[in-house]
Every structure is written in structure tokens, then in C-alpha cells.
Design a protein around this ligand. Structure first.
Ligand code: FAD
Length: 325
């Protein structure tokens, strides 16, 4: 079966991976150079279904629980770091930590000494934390590049120009936020982020710092590089980060660890998360066209499950949610 996939973000590449595994002949069209047009390029890469449950439906936990295994099987060894997530709050925001704990599971409470044992750079900075040991993270940029290389090595074709659907048995639309205005209820949630570089701080795992207004997470990328994110703004504006957002992210990073004040700001960026009204992803089939969209803030977490859904729709197998559109 010849399949044409439009969009080489995380949804398109994971769908290609699953379709190739089932014997399809896959061509992928990407209309932006590199990955820079993709929300996926700006992601934190956290595979954190237990933490996300704080604000997400149970479905995000059940669909996301297998994501780390999927990525581990799909990527070169060592790409997926399975050493958990640490959630902290300044002592004055202790209520936030309790609230987070009341809405999640799969964690244990840590005291100051245990925090220091896990992340020595945070010694003496926080009295209490939540540790989610089963969570994982990856570097989205390395993951996308490795997935793309692996697909090409297994025979997938990549094209920069659009193609006529008629030569294909099936098309799969994975074009994310570019479909806002075309699909009922699809909206954009703007996410601004920054990359900081410093040798003064070492972290081994994503650290989330709760705050009533400006929650922050920092994901270590190795080599002194940290992804610092991210805003959640109801807008499909993909324009550069605003000064307010940058100030808030940097202030929060500084309050996590003062050494971030001396870090180099090496990059800022904005991605538009495609989301439906319930913030859950959807995949559906109409004749020879399958669409997957609405991955919201869970593209790396949920695209493995959604790629399985796309493959099932392609082959006429039973899907876990059925054709819900
Ligand atoms: C700041 C930030 C942090 C995030 N952190 C996390 C995280 O830690 N964990 C997590 O799981 N998720 C995270 N996300 C969410 C995740 O990035 C998104 O859910 C995901 O990227 C959506 O993937 P997608 O493939 O649907 O869309 P995209 O990544 O936007 O890809 C769509 C692609 O389609 C291309 N395209 C558009 N139109 C066409 C066309 N006509 N023909 C061909 N190609 C086309 C675009 O150029 C683009 O490359 C984060 C998002 C942001 C913005």
C-alpha cells in the first residue's frame, strides 16, 4: 500500500514509523525547511503522563504510559532517559505542591536531603518535592532527526514539494496547527521557550517548579544546555517570544537556581500546539484520508499511541476510540 503523509512533525514521523512497520510504502511531505515549522521542534520532550494528569484527562495517562518504551525501541540506545521528574515549589508556594499531589499519582514525597541526593545542584534550595520515578524524557530535536534518518534508511521517501494524492492508496494529514480554521474546534496554544547554557548547574532530569501564575520546567539536554519552558497562551500566533514571557521564564529559572542568572541565552522559540476543545488528540478516517491532530502539549507523549491508531485506521483494524469524528 502506497501512503502519502503530509507533515514531518512528531505526528507524521511516528505515523510513518508504524505504517512502515506494517509493510506500507511511505512518502512524507514537509513544506518547511528542516523542522523549524513544527511545534515539535520547540518541545520539552518530557514523557510525563503522571505529572500531566494534574491538568489532563485520565486518557493522557493511559495512552501515554507506553510512550517511553515506544521511543526506546524506535531511537538509538541512550536516547530516552528514564530517571523520573522532580516537582518542586518555593516554601511560600507549598500549597501548590499539595494541590499537585492531590491531582496526581505515581510519586513519592522527598525531603530536603532526598532532593539533594537526587539533584545535588538543588541542595538546600527546597524543603519538599514530589518525585515521579517512572517518567522519562528525550531530546525532541535529536529524536526527530534520528526518526527521520531511520525512516529514510528503511525506504521512506521525503519530499519538499506537495504531490498529487491520486498516486497513493491513502493520505495521512499530520499538518498540526496549520489546519486551524479548517477543523471544527481546532485551536492554537502558543508555547514560548528558551535555551540556556551554563556549566554552573547540573541537573539529571526534568525539574518542574510550581507557581500560582508562572509554572516553569527545565529539561537538561546535556553539555550544560537546558530547555526552559513554557508559556501556555490561547493564541495561534507563532511570532517571537514576548519580553514579558522571556522575563517570566528567566525569573523562574533564576529562582530555581541563581546560577541561571549567568547562563547564556542561546535561543528562544515559539511553537503553536494544536488542540481540540477537550485537549485530547483525535485520529479519524474519511474515505482514503486519515487525519491525526490535536496533540496539544502531549505530542511526544501521545504520538506513539496515535500512530498505532493511524495504522489501525489504515488497515481497517479495530481502533481504541473508533472513528470519533
Ligand atoms: C514549547 C513547547 C513545549 C512542549 N513540550 C512538550 C513535552 O515536553 N512533551 C510532549 O509530549 N509534548 C510537548 N509539546 C507538544 C508537542 O510539541 C506538540 O503536541 C506536537 O509537536 C504536535 O505535533 P504535530 O506533528 O501534530 O505538529 P507539528 O510538530 O507542528 O508538525 C506539523 C508539521 O506539518 C508541516 N506542514 C504544515 N502544513 C503542511 C502541508 N500542507 N504539507 C506538508 N507539511 C505541512 C509543518 O511544517 C510541520 O512541520 C510542547 C510544545 C511546545 C510548543
Amino acid at each position: 500500500m502506497r501512503v502519502l503523509i503530509r507533515g514531518a512533525g512528531v505526528a507524521g514521523l511516528t505515523a510513518a514509523h508504524e505504517l512502515l512497520a506494517r509493510g506500507a510504502e511511505v512518502t512524507i511531505i514537509e513544506n518547511a525547511a528542516g523542522f523549524t515549522g513544527a511545534a515539535s521542534w520547540y518541545a520539552g520532550g518530557m514523557l510525563a503522563p503522571w505529572c500531566e494528569r494534574e491538568s489532563a484527562e485520565e486518557t493522557v495517562l493511559t495512552l501515554g504510559i507506553g510512550a517511553a518504551d515506544w521511543w526506546e525501541a524506535a531511537l538509538p540506545a541512550g536516547s530516552v532517559h528514564r530517571n523520573g521528574t522532580l516537582v518542586v515549589a518555593q516554601p511560600r508556594d507549598g500549597a501548590e505542591l499539595k494541590r499537585f499531589a492531590s491531582r496526581t499519582s505515581g510519586f513519592r514525597w522527598l525531603d530536603g536531603e532526598e532532593i539533594a541526593a537526587l539533584e545535588p545542584a538543588l541542595a538546600g534550595r527546597f524543603r519538599q518535592a514530589l518525585f515521579f520515578p517512572q517518567e522519562a524524557h528525550l531530546d525532541p530535536r535529536r529524536a526527530l532527526s534520528a526518526l527521520r534518518q531511520g525512516l529514510a534508511a528503511r525506504g521512506a521517501a521525503f519530499a519538499g514539494e506537495d504531490m498529487d494524492d491520486r498516486g497513493f492508496a491513502l493520505t495521512v494529514d499530520c499538518t498540526g496547527a496549520s489546519r486551524i480554521g479548517e477543523f471544527d474546534g481546532l485551536r492554537g496554544v502558543r508555547g514560548e521557550m528558551a535555551y540556556l547554557q551554563t556549566d554552573e548547574v547540573t541537573l539529571s532530569r526534568p525539574v518542574r517548579m510550581l507557581h500560582p501564575r508562572i509554572p516553569l520546567y527545565i529539561v537538561p539536554r546535556g553539555g550544560g544546555l537546558f530547555m526552559c519552558g513554557a508559556t501556555m497562551i490561547e493564541s495561534d500566533d507563532a511570532g517571537p517570544i514576548t519580553t514579558r514571557s522571556l522575563m517570566e521564564l528567566l525569573n523562574a529559572a533564576y529562582s530555581l537556581h541563581p546560577a541561571f542568572a549567568e547562563a547564556r541565552l542561546v535561543e528562544t522559540g515559539t511553537g503553536v500546539r494544536p488542540a481540540f476543545t477537550d485537549n485530547l488528540p483525535r485520529a479519524w478516517r474519511r474515505e482514503n484520508r486519515i487525519t491525526v491532530n490535536g496533540l496539544y502539549r502531549h505530542g511526544f507523549l501521545l504520538s506513539p499511541a496515535m500512530a498505532g491508531e493511524v495504522a489501525a485506521l489504515a488497515l481497517g483494524e479495530e481502533t481504541f476510540r473508533g472513528d470519533i469524528r
